[in-house]
Design a protein. Structure first.
Length: 320
């Protein structure tokens, strides 16, 4: 629907006529210059030609048109048009990522290139976050301590960038799964979302903090928060040799997901990690109707631009 933002501006359209009527036409006065008759005659002839009726009316008509275009621009012509609605799932989703020292191990491959576990998680995690349109997504990072890297937001691109910028060492080099999950639950405590989900990824064994991860999982179950866990790493505690470092506690992560009603995933390669992202997309689908929205498309620039062009043409015409 087309309308004007400031229609009262058009009331000013007859203002130049009122100004002439009320103020009267000014008369040019100046000193006299004596010139020879022949030159004076030529000057008078040129002045009469310049002030011919056709030229005068053309100039006034152009100025009237410019004035009208300026007022139309000020009045703010615009059109109310519908836009694609943002899909809203009514879900709060917290991504909880392990940034312990073992994430620097380069036992993953991407495009035939050896990469660290963190680089693999960055690539897949950022892509996963960008596909969460309609969810309110938050990011919690943990090592020895847990911290809130991104608040719950619909701006999934901002969360994805935070994942890509994640650095080991900021939160310590130990593995505090309990605090990472606990911080996510704390942020969800006052949430009124219809669905609350945590994606917890770890590549180690809980070796920091005073709380047992299973106890935090029980709290998640009481709150109605589903926790999907991802056990990352080629070896786990069952298959690794005694005293071997960089192994993941698959049993504990499975227990967390089972107690909270979530799913548990085992990731040994980069391909596994991509498959987990697709599986989570299926489990936590974002297909839903959003809120209808309408926005104004402004067209004031068109009459304003035409008025400027006409004024420039009028000025250069008189100069030439």
């Amino acid at each position: 629907m087309f309308d004007l933002a400031n229609p009262l501006a058009l009331v000013l359209l007859p203002l130049p006529v009122l100004a002439v009527f009320l103020l009267g036409r000014g008369r040019m006065t100046g000193g006299a210059l004596r010139v020879p008759d022949r030159i004076g005659g030529r000057l008078l002839a040129q002045e009469q030609e310049a002030r011919s009726i056709g030229r005068l009316f053309a100039g006034q008509g152009l100025l009237w048109l410019v004035w009208a275009l300026v007022l139309v621009a000020i009045s703010g012509p615009r059109e109310l048009a519908p836009v694609s609605a943002l899909k809203v799932t009514g879900r709060d989703l917290a991504v909880v990522l392990d940034l312990s020292g073992s994430m620097v191990r380069d036992d993953f491959y991407l495009d035939d290139r050896q990469i660290t576990r963190l680089e693999a998680v960055r690539a897949v995690g950022a892509d996963f976050a960008r596909r969460r349109a309609g969810d309110r997504v938050a990011l919690i990072l943990f090592g020895s301590e847990a911290y809130y890297a991104a608040p719950f937001t619909f701006d999934t691109e901002a969360v994805a960038r935070r994942i890509e910028e994640a650095t080991i060492g900021i939160s310590g080099r130990a593995t505090n799964i309990s605090d990472g999950l606990g911080l996510a639950l704390k942020r969800m405590q006052d949430s009124d979302a219809a669905s609350r989900v945590v994606i917890l990824l770890s590549d180690g064994v809980n070796n920091a903090g005073a709380t047992n991860p299973r106890g935090v999982a029980e709290l998640a179950a009481e709150m109605g928060v589903r926790v999907h866990t991802i056990a990352l790493g080629p070896k786990d505690m069952a298959s690794a040799e005694e005293g071997e470092h960089g192994v993941v506690d698959v049993v504990t992560l499975q227990a967390i997901s089972e107690m909270s009603g979530g799913e548990s995933f085992r990731v040994k390669t980069t391909d596994d990690l991509f498959k987990v992202g697709a599986a989570l997309d299926a489990l936590e689908s974002t297909d839903s109707d959003g809120l209808a929205a309408e926005v104004f498309h402004d067209y004031w620039a068109w009459p304003a631009g035409l008025a400027a062009v006409l004024m420039l043409w009028f000025a250069f015409r008189d100069v030439s």
